[in-house]
Design a protein around this ligand. Sequence first.
Ligand code: IPD
Ligand code: CA
Ligand code: CA
Length: 257
Amino acid sequence: MNFQDIAKVAEHAAREGGRVLEEWSKKFTVSEKRRADLVTEADFSSQTAIHTLLREKFPTHGFLGEEGLSAEGEDTDYRWIIDPLDGTGNYVHRFPYYGVSIALEYQSELVVGVVYDPNRDELFSATKGGGTTLNGQTISVSENDTLDQSMVMASLPVTPDPSNPAVARFLNVLPRAQSVQRTGSAALNLSNVAAGRLDGFWSTSLKPWDMAAGVLLVREAGGKVSKIDNSEFAVDAPDLLATNGLQLHQEIQQYLK
Ligand code: IPD
Ligand code: CA
Ligand code: CA
């Protein structure tokens, strides 16, 4: 199966995850993994639905999912990275900004990325070298190249102490951008950078499942992803800066030091 065909399966699984989230939306209960880090039955059920579908098609692949899913496959070339509900805090408060994120690595490189937003029925999909689509239409990053003309977003740690360097970085960008937002779903933020609705996004506290799919969406839509010090992005490291790839990347980067 080529990566395009594999992406179709991932798209189906992401929609199925989204359906499960909506099914649970009127009956879920909330638990805390640690203070303010929430999880619901929807997170687990969505993960089970996605994993079941993918495992059926790709029984030899490896899997990494936020809700305790870690399985090394017989075929170690392939690893799926799944966030069955990115934006659980938003989901719990019924703030409609959350989604499902599914990525595939082949030989440690991101080759398929799919994010589904069930509230807007938006399916973002990318394959390595194949571009990024939103509901089947090709999308690309924005053209704003200065921070004072840009809307940018950050993900901060869940309950950061005011002395946390992530807070200092946020405050440093605040007066320089046209707008700085914090919205609670890294996967959707990256999708929106890919769609040109947002010019940049950074964080220093992400997990592989928050960003793997979104990173490919941004790259394939013509954007740039690096660590915040401009070195090469790594899915297993916690930080990233994703932008439209213009001069804006360097401009933001200098305020994140
Ligand atoms: C969270 C979101 C949020 C980020 C947090 C993540 P979750 O994911 O991606 O944007 O700031 O660090 O934990 O827990 O809702 O899947
Ligand atoms: Ca997440
Ligand atoms: Ca999650």
